[in-house]
Design a protein around this ligand. Sequence first.
Ligand code: FEO
Ligand code: CA
Ligand code: CA
Ligand code: CA
Length: 688
Amino acid sequence: MKDYEHDYPDHTETPGFEHGDEAPCNSSANPTFYEVAETRYASRRDVMIGGLAAFIGGMIGAGMTGRAAMATTTSTSALMGFTPVPVSTEDTVTVPEGYRVTTVLKWGDPISGHMPEFSLDNTGEDQAHQIGQHHDGQHFFPIEGEDPYHGSSADGIHCLNHEYVDPRFLHAAAYAGNALRDGEVMVDADGTRPDDHVLKEMNAHGVSVVRIAEQEFGSWAIVPDPRNRRITALTPMEIGGPVRGYHKLRTKYSPDGTMTRGTFNNCAHGVTPWNTYLTCEENWAGYFANKTQYDQKPDLPREHARYGVRIDRSRYGWELAASGADEYVRFDATEKGADATEDYRNEPNGFGWVVEINPWDPESVPVKRTHLGRFAHEGVVFGKVEPGRPVVAYAGDDARFEYIYKFVSDGLYVPGETDGSILDSGTLYVARFNADGSGEWLALAPGRNGLTPQNGFENLADILVNTRLAADTAGATKMDRPEWGAVDPHTGEVYFTLTNNTRRTEAQVDPANPRAQNQFGQIIRWREMRDDPAATSFSWDLFVIAGDLATSRTFTGAALNEDNIFACPDGLWFDAGGRLWIQTDIGESAQYRGDVEPMGSNAMLCADPSTAEIRRFLTGPVGQEITGVVTTPDQATMFVGVQHPGATTSPEDYAAGNFSSNWPDGGSSVPRSSNLVIVREDQGIIGA
Ligand code: FEO
Ligand code: CA
Ligand code: CA
Ligand code: CA
């Protein structure tokens, strides 16, 4: 059992489990759709839900055979011109015929381009000048610095998230020979951890901001630039928006509640219309321990308990650093002092936010934009922006039975003038997906939807610090782990991946989350009323229910086939041509076994949103997930993240030096997260 999952003894029975997943924390009594719509469920024939309603009926009944499913294959898309690649279990990256793949921005590469060179015994200080581990959300900003999607296709500032670390590979020199699990750290006999190990882990988290340029077609390298910098778990940050200065943010480090240090578990990202980068704090809660007790029982405030802050030791034990230095002990949120300015009881409240980073100013202090809510932020994606209209952003809370949110600004977008402060005032909403294919955005604001002092919400800052509880109160729909979102550049429709939820029971099934013990996931989409991103109602359907030959369906009613079966959709991105790129994240404890065995290694697929045709474009090496994708403006170069290769290595194999992956360096090397660079031999548009 993984020690940070100690509270959830059945986690190894959970096929979708992946490193650092939060436990289900939502014990609110919101009715499930099944309860409110039970009678409509069987007879629903809504046009938006269409083919999938029939399929769900089929799943409840006799189901489909693989042969029948295969007969529904189509191949008519005008958007896609490549031949799909087969499922793979090889320790390599596969791309379609006519494509080439290389790597750039490997974990440990120096951001100066030169020093300190990568080696297994790099120090914590070295790591502060190197690319972090576990690549995730990312964006290529063309070097002109004017527009996030226009400009150079050969030179730019790349922003890259580093979601978490695997200490047994990060400390490969010090840990060699020990039987260690994925994610496990070694604690000394006196209960402390060496400072330098903690420092290296903190510096391998966060975000890399680094200039990269094409050397020759298909080959890229880091370029020295004064803007190159690492944002880490130690970087000072401003608290912005309504929560700035709120009493629940006061700490010894920031007695007035306006600052905190660092960002971590940066999963997916966002790109603002004003050309800055957003990074999202996902499974942050487990990085803290709060051992406060009352009457010999754990006594956590709701803003810790509802998010899963731990009650003994944190995930990596950063609070155990031998020196007891302030930047480390803050991960112990136990009440120790006379009030909040004398300890770190409020430190976890500085996390769970979306953080804005200005890649163009290396002196700029990142800002936590608190009006976007506090939860396990997967990523954030902007609705179509129009001058003179509000700015709208969508975000998912990736934990089982959590919610999808939308922020609508008070201010109106003015190109060239609007900056990140527009995210500091507006309205945060949470989604309710009705059984008839309609939906509503429920405002999380003082006095709205039950969010009153009588119900325990003293003001807007309190609502935002306790976003999950506010959404419970408002009556939002509990989803199957919302991951990335993407907005169709042609239609404005919004797509979200729902990666899996093996804990949903038959009684909890609803039309938006239509399967119990959901191992495979689905992709939901919606269209805002009158195509206005700021609208408070919408209509929705399911784009695809993932799975194998027998259990999958697209919205046309076709099953998936050998060219496109997939499970656990996570990364999601629309390119400028309207191709939908889908990345998969079958958790490392589930990979290559059971019902997800036919899907092999995690992969990236390409979909045509109008026809529902899907083709597998890329397969990754052993034990990784594919996450993070963007192209250059000309769409001739694509960057894709490969996270945690070798995570499937068993403790015994680790001790013996037999890693399940040696990608990308080969031989018997330690596996390294890395970015891929993908081009076509004919220099054409990727995917076309
Ligand atoms: Fe970090 Fe939800 O994936
Ligand atoms: Ca993962
Ligand atoms: Ca993810
Ligand atoms: Ca995931």
